[in-house]
Design a protein around this ligand. Structure first.
Ligand code: UD1
Ligand code: CA
Length: 466
């Protein structure tokens, strides 16, 4: 169910597209569903900003059911029932219902839910939890304490005075016998506090029909928590990121002060890599073994080999980094920066769409864009590839083992051959052949004694007349 607006978020973005752990709520839920069934057995009920939601998760390969008007969770399932009737898609024996806004649900828990449902021969099985504060959630009322059987789910606003302290909450996650569910959907009414069709009312309807409704508690409260406000969502975000950090630490990664790091759910890191405080590792980043990521670096959708040192304050976005490379401090590696093994990109260097060959070094204050740089090259401090003529981008090619003197500008398109030297301070506009030396600057003029003479002249002018 992902059709709701999420009014309580006060955001123009649909709730299910808000992100935690670097991925939308809905994609987390779809990932959990995929642990049970293939994508083509998953139906996603969309409605509010349907096109935006469909577009954002289309790559997951699920079906979409359009709930044009959102008249409650019961209505969402009525719409799904109509979809099955209209398409002739085969009805599954059991239907698992997940909430698009409860993204921490784990595959193991869903498996337990389904097994319990089957063992108990239930028509409806409700996943529940007992959180420290149940306020706001629907409550699951058991027939007597400690039996699986449930008599009803009561929404917060309908709780009787005796039910106000009922501790067990409805997670909004269920396993239904499909036929039993579909036989009751048309009996739902909107005579309640929200004027909506409540899916939760199906519980009492099934019980009245002598069908079995049972509940099973999730192992951890956190995984069934929903997010109705931004603050609740950030609570889930923190929980998910800590879970990611715990997973990585269990796999042999050292993370100092993990609560200060922002690590997305899909990130992979090999053992013996060390992550310092206040690091962000985002997107589908993969980091090899024995790396060290120093504080304040932000690494997005990048791939790092083994033994890479990322010094403090680096930004990587869509970069690939070879084994043993050394970056930063304060290097900015923009998309398509391919840095070779043992290469260096030092402080205040910016790179974009380049390959920097193995062992090549650009250690200080450099801009390298649209360049193919060979192996063993030394790029002096302050070198700039002038890649843009105001209209087009052009390529700079620098051959193996060449030496580009400090403060040189290479005006692309340009080629510097292998083993060539560019003198410091040059502006290079013509090809430099292999093994050549190129100067592209005015020859120095030295005037002996000029400064001393000037000082003399000034002093003479200022001397008081006698
Ligand atoms: C629901 C449950 C409540 C439970 C809570 C758990 C009902 C009536 N109440 O309340 O017992 O404790 O979840 O988090 O079901 N949606 C649609 N179409 C609609 C309405 C909602 O697809 O017409 C989707 C929403 O996008 C959301 C999910 O259903 O993903 C739950 O809806 P929401 O409005 O958040 O229900 P709650 O009030 O949280
Ligand atoms: Ca909710």
């Amino acid at each position: 169910m992902a059709a709701g607006k999420g009014t309580r978020l006060k955001s123009k973005r649909p709730k299910v597209l808000h992100e935690i752990g670097g991925r939308s709520l809905l994609l987390h839920v779809i990932a959990a569903a995929k642990s049970l069934v293939p994508a083509d057995r998953i139906y996603c009920v969309i409605g509010h900003e349907a096109d935006m939601v469909r577009h954002a998760v289309a790559h997951a390969g699920v079906h979409f059911v359009l709930q044009a008007e959102q008249r409650g969770t019961g209505h969402a399932l009525q719409t799904a029932k109509a979809h099955f009737a209209a398409t002739g898609d085969p009805l599954p024996q059991n239907l698992i219902v997940l909430s698009g806004d409860a993204p921490l649900i784990r595959p193991e828990t869903l498996h337990s839910l389904v097994s319990f449902h089957t063992e108990q021969h239930a028509a409806m099985t409700i996943l529940t939890a007992v959180p420290p504060d149940p306020t706001g959630y629907g409550r699951v009322i058991r027939a007597t304490p400690n039996v699986p059987d449930v008599t009803a789910i009561v929404e917060q606003k309908s709780l009787s005075p005796e039910q106000k302290n009922a501790p067990e909450i409805n997670s909004g996650i269920y396993c239904f016998n499909t036929a039993a569910l579909f036989s009751k959907l048309d009996l739902l009414s909107t005579s309640n506090a929200h004027g909506e069709y409540y899916l939760t009312d199906v519980a009492a309807l099934l019980v009245a029909d002598n069908q079995r409704v049972v509940a099973i508690q999730a192992d951890s409260v956190d995984e069934v928590l929903g997010a109705n406000t931004i603050a609740e969502m950030m609570h889930l975000d923190a929980a998910m990121r800590l879970a990611t950090a715990s997973r990585l630490m269990a796999e042999g990664v050292t993370i100092f002060r993990p609560e200060t790091c922002v690590i997305d759910a899909e990130v992979q890191v090999a053992p013996d890599t060390i992550i310092e405080p206040y690091v962000q590792i985002l997107g589908a980043t993969r980091i090899g073994a024995d790396c060290r990521i120093r504080s304040y670096s932000v690494i997005h959708s990048s791939e790092l080999g083994e033994g890479v040192l990322v010094r403090n304050g680096c930004i990587l976005d869509g970069a690939t980094i070879g084994d043993g490379a050394v970056l930063g401090p304060y290097a900015n590696l923009r998309p398509e920066s391919h840095i070779g093994a043992a290469a260096h990109v030092g402080n205040f260097c910016e790179t974009k769409k380049i390959t920097l060959g193995a062992g090549s070094k650009a250690n200080h204050l450099t801009y390298l864009g649209d360049a193919v740089i060979g192996t063993g090259v030394n790029i002096g401090a302050g070198v700039i590839t002038c890649n843009y003529d105001g209209v087009h981008k052009h390529t700079t090619i620098i051959g193996d083992h060449s030496f580009i003197g400090s403060d040189s500008t290479l005006v692309a398109p340009i080629i510097v051959g292998e083993g060539a030297y560019v003198a410091a301070g040059s502006c290079i506009t013509e090809e430099v052949p292999n093994d050549a030396l190129a100067f592209g600057r005015a020859r120095q003029v030295t005037k002996s004694g000029w400064a001393a003479t000037r000082r003399e002249t000034i002093r003479a002018k200022q001397a008081p007349e006698s």
